[in-house]
Design a binder for this molecule. Sequence first.
Ligand SMILES: [Zn+2]
Length: 482
Amino acid sequence: MSLSVLEAIALLEPLDTGLARFGLLYGPSHAYRNAADSEAKALHKWLDTFASLLKSLPGSPRKQACAVSISLLQSSCTMTVAFNAENKRPETVSDLIHSIWDWMSETSSMQDAEMAGKNRELLIIVIKASLERLRRRLTEKAWFVDPLLAATASSSAPPARKRFLLVVEQSNADLLRLLGPDVESPDSDIVLRALLYWRKEYEDAKTELEQNVYWLAPYERLLRKPGFKPPSLVHHMEKLFQPYMQCLLIRKARKTLRAAHSIPLTVNVLPSPEISLHDRFQLTNKGEARIRAYLASSLHADLTGAASSPHATDAINQVWERIQHLPPPLPLHPAHCESVLLRHHLDNHIHNTAASPYPYFGISKPLCFQCALYFEAYQTCQLGPPFKHRGFPKVKGETKIEVEACTVPICCRGYDVADKAIEEEMGARLEKIFGTLLADTIERLRKAAEPDIVFVLPGYDPDREHAITRLIGARSNGSSYE
Ligand SMILES: [Zn+2]
């Protein structure tokens, strides 16, 4: 292969081809958390909840992401956490995990009736951890709320809509008053009361609307920023009340994990990887010969015989056309947290230093293309235990996978046999993807070159057909046919 795995991934980005269709999703690690039985499902959502709580802890960088795994043994229990960017206050990570774990141990055998006060305690823990995220939501991410309310305000609107909009307006204003940038240390108890109150008001208003909020869509589309999807008021409100949902998910997992709660918990925060100069690469036009050689060889990975088509060269030219107008080389970031976590467990497995964790990784954000490729290659090579994850996001019913500007652990670690196997498998999959892409292009070129097909209908009369052809010819020549 004339290109490295990272170079081939960088080429895919400008081609923007709907990567979901390449079957990456149907490999061994593709199992949505919802497909599992209810106990496993509760545990999966609990791990995802942890990841999303941990990534927004106070002091977290803006685009933080988090991945979490849990290893449960008879005598010890370890929660391993990885972040995209280093968390500057690792003690907050350990504190949050321990306080939730302790809460779960204390309540694991309680009956629902005894839980009222305890539920409140959990809400306070979760809200404390979420204050910074809520503040960002109310300041930066709520930019569209006021203009949207102004655009939808109409004196003739049905009363249920008016009430819904009023609840949105008042809840945002009230929470901003309690959590805004001017408030130095927000009181979590008061924030909790406000959140519970407004959540109920909001749910009631939605029920009155019979959950019909589709009338908002045209107004939301008007506020869309170029290159982004339209803002969503319902999504915004759900994010505001998310602590409540997160508590429900933690409460659900409490019984599933009952047996584990007597075991002491250790928290292991993995160091975030740094990127070395060696990992950076520049893709310039000087690489044309290598890229063309790569494209030509990847065409042979496609088994439809497209490689021998007379359109093969044109197809390569077309793909090259699109690639050579690459924006400046992708700024390369270190490997994402889920891949770092996977590599950590693979290391442990190879060196036999720890027991396998529960086979599901909680992640705060769906996988990008290269992490998905890394996971699939790892599972195909069967180098260690299989892991599942939450799957991929859907946009308008279609699965979406995006190429991001990150590397994968094969490229930023000491190179060993496992890395080599994974890298080869990733390379083979990438070649197949490029092969399929080129075969598609060849098929399009072939169709475009074909003469128009004439369908002969039943009852065909050559004389009449001839007359019609003459008539059309005469008309297009501009002459009269009288
Ligand atoms: Zn990723």
